[in-house]
Design a protein around this ligand. Structure first.
Ligand SMILES: Cc1cc2nc3c(=O)[nH]c(=O)nc-3n(C[C@H](O)[C@H](O)[C@H](O)COP(=O)(O)OP(=O)(O)OC[C@H]3O[C@@H](n4cnc5c(N)ncnc54)[C@H](O)[C@@H]3O)c2cc1C
Ligand SMILES: NC(=O)c1ccc[n+]([C@@H]2O[C@H](COP(=O)([O-])OP(=O)(O)OC[C@H]3O[C@@H](n4cnc5c(N)ncnc54)[C@H](O)[C@@H]3O)[C@@H](O)[C@H]2O)c1
Length: 470
């Protein structure tokens, strides 16, 4: 076998999504010689195919919905939704799927970028199949950082393979809203995209094999969202599995286990994401490759450094601590502190916020009631209906929402919270601080919440929690 050109930087970062980019940039800025390996675009899934373009779609869809709410509130309005400006905006926000600016940001810090696909081939060794067709061997002296994220799961449904189904990548590149769309999976990916297209006139049907939408959230959120989507004309089949897919000139036909045959122009597969640990070569360093995530310690170490061997760290979607950009960036900070030896607290996932940008937005932090009970917490719960609040009354159409607080009655602190409703993702910030900093419920009780805001309803839900305490 020909000898590959060998490079011995201090650090190799494989994968330049939001997590890898943050870690590689910071380590380069600290003066280390960093080689970053990226197979596609520097920036990863989030800016080009995920968070940013889907939120642009959501924002446009929200404007359409608000336009329809004008009658009875502010006169008349004629709303004629047109997807073309949405597609233009997505193209602008993704810089037409061009990563030049991100590359320049990194190289300006002294980092070196190697375009290609990286793979661990042993402790302290990364082989790269370069985009230019050349092979490279990297032997970092200090650290390997794994940050390769996840890819969509494609279920093994007879007939699906080989059809032109969409994942989030094709959905965000749509030049027009399809006449009809069938979505497999009622999680955040499926629902944000489903509602966006529905508001542009697409007939949308969601097929979810679980008993509720957004199954990881509180059942109250799931029910609220189901009601809202159904009222907005989105068809939802729960407890339903797709057992067969056909594609022909008139689009997709999907057979479900309960007998339904559903037709649609487009089919979006949104049943979750997982990493490819085998392709990453983790087996070569003795790490099991069959799981859904890379096992790490509280400093995100996969394999600690020993002797002259560099350590291996992992971060972001790969670690399975929550598939969110803010988790990837948080973990990048932990990894950098660990590599640079700058100390600080270990990983703490008690107060990771989650926001699904549907209308109503579903925002939450910490544990759900069921998770808290399962963890043996003596739970006190308080809730309130957003529509019954002063802000709900003035806001009018579009006010659907709730607050639910989950407290540890023995410790007198919140361990989880949900806000659903308009701008819920903004309001969850206050509760994220409360859960993270373990603000005593008695201190929260004395907090003055501005009138008339949606977040003032936190006080109402809190009063219900406090009534249950000694
Ligand atoms: C449709 C959608 C919407 C989302 N919306 C939100 C949101 O609103 N808010 C939020 O917080 N999160 C959102 N997410 C989740 C968010 O996109 C991810 O959590 C985030 O991108 C994870 O960052 P990461 O750095 O771990 O990995 P990624 O962003 O997946 O980046 C990994 C990078 O590694 C590269 N790579 C993979 N394998 C190799 C290899 N072998 N060699 C070299 N390079 C490799 C990939 O090309 C990629 O660039 C959304 C996800 C989806 C799918
Ligand atoms: N706003 C945000 O922050 C945001 C938005 C989108 C995605 N994300 C992240 O991306 C991750 C992936 O999202 P996702 O929605 O793809 O996955 P998910 O795992 O969150 O949801 C997938 C849904 O599909 C269902 N499902 C699985 N297999 C199925 C099948 N064969 N038939 C029908 N239903 C099936 C599951 O029960 C689940 O409800 C999420 O975990 C989330 O962290 C975040």
């Amino acid at each position: 076998m020909p000898r590959l050109p060998t490079d011995r930087p201090d650090v190799v970062v494989i994968g330049m999504g939001p997590g890898g980019e943050a870690a590689a940039g910071r380590l380069a800025d600290a003066g280390l010689d960093v080689v970053a390996v990226e197979a596609e675009l520097v920036g990863g899934e989030c800016p080009y195919w995920a968070c940013i373009p889907t939120k642009a779609m959501v924002r446009s869809a929200e404007l359409v919905a608000e336009g329809h709410r004008i009658p009875g509130m502010a006169g008349t309005a004629m709303v004629e939704p047109d997807w073309r400006p949405v597609a233009r905006r997505v193209r602008a926000l993704t810089a037409d799927w061009d990563d030049t600016a991100a590359v320049e940001r990194f190289t300006a810090l002294g980092g070196r970028l190697l375009r290609g696909r990286g793979r661990l081939t042993g402790p302290g060794e990364v082989a790269v199949e370069g985009s230019d067709g050349d092979g490279h061997l990297l032997q970092p002296t200090t650290a390997v950082v794994l940050a390769t994220g996840t890819s969509p799961v494609i279920p093994d449904i007879p007939g699906l393979a080989g059809t032109p189904y969409w994942t989030n990548r094709e959905a965000v590149r749509a030049g027009a809203a399809p006449d009809s769309l069938l979505v497999i999976g009622g999680g955040p990916v499926g629902l944000e995209i489903a509602q966006s297209f529905a508001r542009f006139g697409t007939i949308v049907t969601v097929v979810e094999h679980g008993g509720g939408l957004l199954g990881r959230e509180e059942p109250e959120s799931s029910e609220l969202l189901l009601r809202a989507l159904t009222e907005q004309g989105v068809g939802v089949y729960l407890n339903t599995s797709v057992v067969g897919v056909e594609h022909g000139a008139d689009g997709f036909t999907v057979r479900c286990d309960r007998g339904e045959r559903l037709r649609a122009e487009r089919l979006l597969v949104a049943v979750g994401r997982r990493p490819d640990l085998e392709a990453l070569g983790l087996g070569s360093v003795g790490v099991p490759t069959t799981g859904r995530s890379v096992p790490v310690d509280e400093r995100l170490r996969v394999v600690p450094a020993s002797g002259d061997r560099p350590g291996i760290w992992a971060l972001g979607d790969l670690t399975g601590h929550g598939l969110f950009t803010h988790v990837a960036v948080y973990e990048a900070d932990l990894v950098c502190r660990s590599i640079l030896g700058s100390g600080g607290p270990p990983a703490d996932y008690r107060a990771i916020p989650r926001v699904t940008f549907t209308d109503p937005e579903i925002a939450s932090v910490g544990r759900t009631e069921a998770q808290a009970r399962a963890a043996g917490v003596r739970v006190a719960v308080g809730g309130t209906d957003l529509a019954a609040s002063g802000r709900g009354a003035v806001h009018g159409p579009g006010t659907v929402g709730l607050v639910k607080l989950v407290a540890d009655a023995d410790r007198g602190v919140l361990v989880g919270a949900t806000i659903a409703g308009p701008q819920a993702g903004e309001a969850i910030g206050a509760l994220t601080v409360a859960v993270q900093a373990e603000v005593p419920l008695r201190a929260l009780e004395t907090t003055v919440w501005a009138f008339p805001t949606f977040h003032r309803t936190i006080g109402t839900a809190l009063a219900e929690v406090l009534r249950q305490l000694p």
